[in-house]
Ligand binder design. Structure first.
Ligand code: ZN
Length: 308
């Protein structure tokens, strides 16, 4: 701790000690701050090297250190690989949502929801993490089948730096009002703000909103906690980040398969050759700018359509 006594009354020795303490603290935090400013894999590796690693965190560090574009490590928490997985997942999600809704959903029939789940110990084993996730998934599925059978869910599980599992996603509820949805969620998730509809989302254009929420749910490399854009870090942060990368990987399994949750998303509508068709093969009109977002057209035609 830095002495909080009035600097004017401190001896030169005390002032020097306080200064050195500050320097040491900044040295510990520097790799985290550097990574927070520029989330790149080399900076992430340097951050991990500033903390004691063992077991799977050490393996993850070594994988990240050898990750290059032509030989990707495949870790979801990797800055390079995670972003690639995200782009693909986002396109799939947008396609599925527009197909299910028969176009762009109306503002009143779609809500963005967060559900908080169990907290696992940071040193939890792969088995423990998978079991916790399975239980959480079941709980959401039960809420859906008991009271929200007509709604459609699409979203992703995530885990906080402190090990709390949660789910972010979109719920389509064309036949139910938002308040009915909230009531059903409250019934199944009775703790305060355990499951909630994000407020103010409707003030933004819907398209931007769907885009943004999917972005948020899928940013795997969002490791450094921030408050109003400023990183909040302490001496533990680097170790927690190392651990979260491993916990995320336990959850993801292959690609992002393990963290996706889709409920009642089947639809007769389908995307084919960049066009959304209904069950009888008729085209469903989709605004061009949304199409661009869904299909990522401006990056098409490159090397096998790989988006980097
Ligand atoms: Zn990688």
């Amino acid at each position: 701790m830095i002495p909080s006594s009035d600097p004017g009354t401190r001896s030169p020795r005390e002032r020097l000690d306080a200064f050195l303490q500050r320097v040491r603290q900044m040295q510990t935090l520097a790799p985290v701050m550097r990574y927070a400013r520029d989330r790149s894999t080399p900076k992430l590796v340097r951050l991990l090297d500033s903390t004691a690693l063992q077991g799977d965190t050490l393996t993850a560090r070594d994988l990240l250190a050898t990750c290059v574009r032509w030989n990707p490590c495949g870790l979801y928490g990797c800055c390079l690989c995670g972003r690639k997985l995200k782009r693909r997942a986002k396109r799939e999600a947008l396609k599925a949502i527009t197909a299910r809704a028969g176009g762009i959903p109306q503002e009143h029939e779609v809500s963005w929801v967060t559900v908080d789940g169990p907290t696992v110990a940071l040193e939890a084993s792969e088995d423990t993490v998978r079991k916790a996730l399975k239980g959480f998934r079941k709980k959401i599925e039960r809420a859906h089948s008991d009271h929200l059978r007509d709604t459609s869910w699409y979203g992703f599980f995530d885990i906080s730096l402190r090990g709390m599992m949660h789910w972010h996603g979109v719920i389509l509820h064309p036949d139910q009002s938002r308040s009915e949805l909230v009531d059903a969620l409250d019934l199944h998730f009775p703790e305060d703000r355990q499951a909630y509809v994000e407020e103010n989302w409707h003030k933004r254009p819907l398209m931007e909103n769907v885009d943004r929420v999917l972005d948020y749910a899928l940013v795997a490399d969002r490791h450094v906690p921030t408050l109003k854009g400023k990183p909040i870090v302490d001496a533990d942060t680097a170790g927690l980040i190392a651990r979260r990368i491993v916990l995320l990987q336990y959850m993801c399994q292959r690609g992002i398969q393990g963290i996706r949750l889709k409920l009642n998303m089947k639809s007769e509508n389908h995307w084919k050759s960049d066009v959304l068709h209904d069950g009888s093969g008729e085209e469903i009109e989709i605004p061009m700018d949304f199409k661009r977002l869904v299909l990522g057209r401006k990056v098409r035609g490159g090397n096998g359509g790989d988006l980097l």
